[in-house]
Design a protein around this ligand. Structure first.
Ligand code: C2E
Ligand code: MG
Ligand code: MG
Length: 759
């Protein structure tokens, strides 16, 4: 038992001090009780003679509270204030003790001690209110107004209704009477406030709150006794003070038992202010009727003013709260509903049992607009899209922006309507609205969208599930080149994991799950292996080795392409440097994506990487596809130019599949051209293809470019390429993409470099 008790105390708690306090305070308060109840038994002692002992107890309490304030960090503001209050009490006692030494002052010496009981209010009240906040996270900047108004109202009520009822009180000098009234009012308000700790602040299981309530209740009872007996019961202070000191001191040494934060009803402060106003007004009226003293009238008036001010502040706060609430549900950029508001709407409708359709809309190529024309233009476009979509809504539909370039519409469906059809029709209406180009920065920008729709019709799903389904469908729409796609649980069951896959990809990027396979490139004329193309693979812990087609589109859509290229480049450059140090002189080709070419910082980072590994820039080939050059020609041309400037070779990948004009070949600092696999495949069977390949090789050579044929799968094709003077061959004929170790083994297997290609 003793062990359990001890463990509840804070480590290092001043136990000897506590023990001392209990030892002194308990007999003293018993003695005090006997003295009040049977004055004859202990004649000759009075409050004045008790002062040194009471003072000593308050000083000890001050020490304990100050120790607690220093000891903890989270509740420091609470304990600091409680300690300050104890300091005020001690100072009052000290002053009374000093005055008592002056001959002839008599009981008047008690004035500072009595008023200290009033002066303690702001500190203890502030401490308790703050304590409440730790438990409730409620912040009320107007504590002083609240508390003071309440104390003034209680004083006024007592002055008007109670004081006249106890005749002996009128015999007391005003300063003593008002101190007694004030003390009771203070204790009353403090007890009330302390009681909010266990009830509003959900700290009922924390024994410290009950100790504080007990301490203040003891004080309040003593003050009540003093009032009820016309001041003669003031001796009860000798009982209540030791109890107060002990309870506070024990509370200060106990560990905190924080309850889970619980929001308090914000109406509480308003109700409190109303109560004060009603009490003060009633007191004023009664006071006017019975001719109450000016002090009471002033107190009641001040209480009403303070509570009124508090109410006004409350109204302002509530208005501000309404703004915050609105802001919390509104998307700042477009003024539409935000993600939270949309999900809430789905929740509301689902709770009513109304079937819901959700359309999720992703603006295609938004990133390109944003990157090419700047964020302000991107923002303009989003606002225009928002305005454009609004007319597509029906009554009750909610349009919102989920973030970035994603918009969503939540629509309530008729109970018996064909949900899928209605959802698709909604998607189609939205899609149609974006068909016309948008005027942005003096240009006309086409911003079509990929739209996924899902409904809660056939099975009940949670709002986040519905959103995920619409997202899966949207992604499907995007993959198939825009338009509208409906979530279909049979078809999309697998792809519903794609969001999880994005998260996994994010992790894979940092966990080193992305690895490179290398596909050799052979010099057509000599059969020498002149280089390799690094092709990324994801060594997924559960799904096995994933190919670029399985995750690159995800990386592009979810903005992970930059990080992916960074990893690939780092591995490829390190690998090339390692091979070089082993005497293997292989060019290393790395694929860049559209978003990489908009990143003006890329050339700098490539330079750093080459430098760090001591690899000559000429050993690095950077493959870009034609299509990426059309997205934002100026910016991508600048990036490509800077890469070429470094000394790296820029290669046009999948040449012939895009729609770019040959003019690019003139303007771009390109040194290599990779003929798309489709040309290689048809080379022997289609005369027109053969003509295109032959003239492309000839043109490329005239421009000083090296030509690489991709997808070479058989010997006759290779032979034909040789007759057309193609420079480099890459394809399954030679080898599939291989891990670095296997590639080295493959190279060794080749033995004499010419064995792979024979004339
Ligand atoms: P690509 O750059 O055109 O790469 C050639 C693709 O053709 C590779 O597919 C390769 O395995 C395949 N291939 C090679 N020889 C033959 C052949 O003889 N027959 C056939 N049918 N296919 C052959 P893979 O590795 O699946 O890569 C697909 C595409 O993914 C690549 O096309 C490239 O555009 C992209 N990619 C791969 N790695 C990366 C990377 O690290 N970054 C970026 N941005 N894209 C990459
Ligand atoms: Mg490539
Ligand atoms: Mg290619």
């Amino acid at each position: 038992m003793a062990g359990r008790m001890r463990s509840r105390l804070l480590p290092g708690a001043p136990r000897w001090l506590l023990g001392l306090l209990v030892l002194v305070a308990v007999p003293f308060s018993l003695f005090g009780a006997v003295r009040v109840l049977r004055p004859a038994l202990v004649a000759g002692t009075s409050l004045v003679t008790d002062l040194p002992l009471v003072l000593a107890m308050h000083v000890l309490l001050l020490a304990v509270l100050a120790w607690r304030a220093r000891r903890v960090t989270t509740e420091r503001a609470v304990w600091n204030r409680l300690a300050l209050g104890a300091g005020v009490y001690a100072a009052g006692m000290l002053a009374a003790g000093v005055l008592a030494l002056v001959p002839g002052t008599g009981d008047a010496a008690l004035v500072p001690a009595l008023w200290a009981g009033v002066a303690v209010f702001p500190f203890w009240y502030g401490g308790i209110v703050r304590w409440n906040r730790y438990g409730t996270s409620l912040a009320d900047p107007n504590d002083v107004l609240n508390g003071s108004a309440a104390v003034l109202a209680v004083v006024a009520v007592l002055d008007v209704f109670v004081v006249p009822a106890v005749p002996s009180l009128s015999l007391l000098p005003w300063w003593e009477l008002q101190a007694l009234v004030g003390q009771f009012a203070v204790c009353f308000v403090l007890v009330g406030t302390a009681l909010t700790l266990p009830f509003l602040g959900a700290m009922g299981r924390d024994p410290r709150t009950w100790l504080v309530v007990a301490a203040l209740t003891a004080d309040m009872c003593a003050a009540a006794a003093a009032l009820a007996t016309g001041g003669r019961g003031a001796g009860w202070v000798a009982v209540s003070h030791p109890l107060l000191v002990v309870c506070f001191a024990v509370a200060a040494t106990l560990r905190s038992r924080r309850a889970a934060p619980q929001p308090t009803d914000p109406a509480a402060a308003t109700i409190g202010a109303y109560v004060v106003i009603v009490a003060a007004t009633a007191t004023l009226l009664t006071g006017a009727l019975i001719g109450a003293g000016t002090g009471a009238v002033w107190c009641a008036g001040l209480a009403a003013v303070a509570a009124g001010t508090r109410l006004a502040v409350n109204v302002r706060e509530i208005a501000a709260l309404a703004v915050t609430r609105r802001e919390a549900l509104t998307d700042e950029l477009t003024g539409l509903a935000n993600r939270r508001a949309l999900l809430r709407r789905v929740e509301e409708l689902s709770a009513e049992g109304t079937p819901v359709a959700l359309a999720l809309l992703d603006v295609d190529k938004f990133k390109e607009v944003n990157d090419a024309l700047g964020h302000a233009a991107g923002d303009d476009l989003l606002r225009l899209v928002a305005r454009r979509l609004e007319p597509a809504l029906r009554a009750g539909d909610v349009l919102g922006r989920l973030g970035g370039d994603e918009f969503a519409v939540v629509a309530a469906l008729e109970p018996n309507a064909p949900a899928a059809d209605v959802a698709l029709a909604l998607g189609a209406r939205l899609h149609e609205r974006l068909a016309e180009p948008f005027p942005v920065e003096g240009m006309f920008v086409h911003a079509s969208a990929s739209i996924g729709v899902a409904s809660t019709d056939d099975d009940v799903v949670r709002p986040t599930h519905l959103l995920r389904r619409a997202d899966v469908a949207m992604y499907d729409a995007k993959r198939s080149g825009g338009g509208v796609a409906l979530y279909d649980s049979r078809r999309h069951a697998d792809s519903s994991g794609h969001l999880a896959l994005v998260e996994e990809l994010r992790r894979a990027l940092t966990d080193g799950q992305l690895v490179l396979h290398h596909q050799p490139q052979l010099d057509v004329a000599t059969g020498h292996v002149s280089g390799v193309e690094a092709l990324v693979r994801w060594a997924h812990p559960e799904r096995g080795l994933l190919h670029p087609g399985d995750f690159l589109p995800l990386a592009e859509v979810h903005g992970l392409m930059g990080a992916l290229t960074e990893t690939v480049l780092a591995q490829a450059v390190a690998q090339a440097a390692e091979w070089q140090s082993q005497g293997l002189d292989l060019r290393m080709s790395v694929n860049l994506s559209a978003s990489n070419l908009l990143d003006v910082g890329l050339p700098g980072r490539v330079a750093q990487l080459l430098d760090a590994h001591g690899l000559a820039p000429a050993a690095l080939v950077l493959e870009v596809t034609e299509s990426v050059l059309i997205t934002d020609p100026d910016r991508s041309l600048a990036v490509v130019g800077a890469l070429a400037q470094l000394g790296a070779t820029v290669s046009i990948d999948d040449f012939g599949t895009g729609y770019s004009s040959l003019a690019y070949l003139r303007d771009l600092p390109v040194a290599e051209l990779k003929l798309d696999r489709s040309f290689t495949a048809d080379l022997l069977t289609d005369r027109r293809t053969e003509a295109i390949v032959a003239s492309t090789i000839e043109l490329a050579h005239r421009l000083g470019l090296r030509v690489v044929a991709e997808g070479v799968e058989d010997e006759p094709t290779l032979r034909h390429l040789r007759t057309l003077d193609c420079d480099v061959s890459q394809g399954y004929l030679h080898a599939r993409p291989l891990p670095a170790g296997d590639l080295v083994a493959w190279l060794a297997d080749q033995g004499a470099p010419r064995t792979a290609v024979t004339r």
